[in-house]
Write a protein that binds this ligand. Structure first.
Ligand code: UD1
Length: 417
């Protein structure tokens, strides 16, 4: 396990380029196996989760060539397997997208059960229920999701809980099904829209992504494409928070400001200066944050993937804040470490009551998962003195070159193995 050693308390200043959206890329990589033609994906982030998905395609017999660090060529004509069995797949959440993609293409799928961050119960019942509605038989057995169908036929599917994963998976499974499938109560996250746009660029007919209802008219086959992935909303939000936490001044480039509305609104409420440009945002941190109330919600609400980072910022606000987590029930593992730094946080069921103090004190910290790990890095950056953040492998699963990007902004950071 590696760690960051951070000598915090420095204002971070400068420009940072945001990488492609991890969660869009994961869905899109799975979708890329659905065509027998060439797919070129640009702006993919070079992060562990994405690299695991790419190597799974190779294990299935497909070809993957890195054109550059962020551009990849996928040719899956020879990916004849109906099984996504790569061991590493059980470490990530998005492995389940191979079920939708393989069912669509091969009418059969055997896929290692997903893992991913331990942030609470993460069932896949909605995915399976949806596949069944399309005519597939599904079961979970010996650590694998097994699904098969003679043919997939359209249906009207109401997804009981707004779920990014179930929405994307059911789009994948419906794209080549017979008839028009209607998905209701779907997730509206930017990465759902990006997966739909990618599929449409391959000849699919997916309409309504970004609204509550998606209509998918089945097509007989998908052709090749060249596609550029959208920027990562959560990576951008994390650097916005870093600017506020360090009283810094950061221009966050290669982003879609609209995707960041809920984050910008909160940071402005807290007294920071946020200036929007066409494809960039400048965030100038204020001297002392104002307290606020935050509840995580599906998009366009405040993202659960930003909850740990914003809590860290509120721990040094001038007053009392409340943060409610409404998506995942066990996403507060990092507060043990924040308390070690002196933070005054009390957990009441799925809410945190945070009494802001002037500053935290340095400590040895341990990433419990991807976003919480990033949050602890923020805590270390904003706290005078030397802190360590251990198990940074978690963080690297979702943040491309976080070490280099922070260093470029003036952070005093070292990495040790
Ligand atoms: C995705 C993201 C993750 C993000 C989350 C919410 C990926 C790879 N991961 O995770 O970073 O935090 O969206 O924005 O894109 N649920 C069920 N049954 C299901 C599926 C989900 O009950 O079959 C529940 C979950 O327990 C959770 C809620 O629905 O309470 C939303 O989860 P979901 O949007 O599916 O999250 P993921 O797709 O796993």
């Amino acid at each position: 396990m590696s760690k960051f050693i951070i000598n915090g308390g420095k204002k971070l200043v400068g420009e940072v380029n945001i990488s492609g959206a991890k969660n869009a890329t994961l869905g899109i990589i799975a979708a890329a196996i659905m065509t027998d033609e060439d797919v070129i994906l640009d702006n993919i982030p070079d992060v562990e989760d994405v690299n695991i998905m790419l190597s799974a395609i190779e294990e299935m017999g497909g070809e993957v060539k890195r054109i550059t660090r962020n551009k990849v060529h996928i040719f899956a004509k020879n990916a004849n397997a109906t099984m996504a069995n790569a061991k590493n797949l059980s470490r990530i959440r998005a492995s389940y997208y191979f079920v939708g993609a393989l069912l669509s293409k091969k009418k059969q799928a055997v896929v290692r059960m997903p893992g991913g961050c331990s942030i609470g119960e993460r069932p896949i019942d909605l995915h399976l229920k949806g596949f069944k509605s399309l005519g597939a038989e599904c079961e979970v057995k010996d650590g694998f999701i097994i699904a098969k169908a003679d043919k997939l036929t359209s249906d009207n599917i109401y997804i009981d809980i707004v779920s990014v994963g179930a929405t994307i998976n059911l789009i994948l499974a419906s794209v080549m099904a017979e008839g028009t499938t209607v998905l209701e109560n779907v997730a509206k996250e930017p990465h759902v829209v990006d997966v739909a746009n990618f599929l449409n660029s391959m000849g699919a007919n997916v309409k309504g992504a970004g609204t509550d209802t998606i209509r998918i008219k089945g097509v007989p086959y998908l052709h090749g494409t060249t596609y550029t992935i959208i920027p990562d909303q959560i990576e951008a939000g994390t650097y916005m928070t870093i600017a506020c936490a360090t009283e810094g001044d950061i221009i966050i480039k290669n982003i879609i400001p609209k995707h960041l509305d809920s984050i910008s609104a909160k940071l402005i409420d807290m007294g920071n200066n946020v200036v929007e440009y066409d494809e960039a945002i400048r965030v100038i941190g204020c001297e002392r944050q104002f307290p606020t109330t935050i509840k995580t919600l599906p998009y366009p609400g405040f993202p659960t993937d930003m909850q740990p980072q914003i809590t860290v910022l509120l721990s040094i606000a001038n007053g009392e804040s409340n943060v409610t987590e409404s998506i995942f029930e066990d996403r507060f593992k990092y507060i043990v470490d924040l308390k070690k730094m002196g933070a005054q946080i009390e957990q009441r069921s799925t809410s945190l009551n945070i009494k802001g103090i002037e500053h935290l004190k340095p400590a040895s910290l341990m990433s419990p998962d991807l976003r919480a790990g990033a949050a602890l890095v923020i805590a270390a950056l904003m706290t005078k003195g030397e802190s360590t953040v251990d198990r940074i492998e978690y963080i690297k699963r979702g943040y491309e070159n976080i070490f280099g990007k922070l260093k470029e902004l003036g952070a005093d950071i070292r990495e040790e193995n």
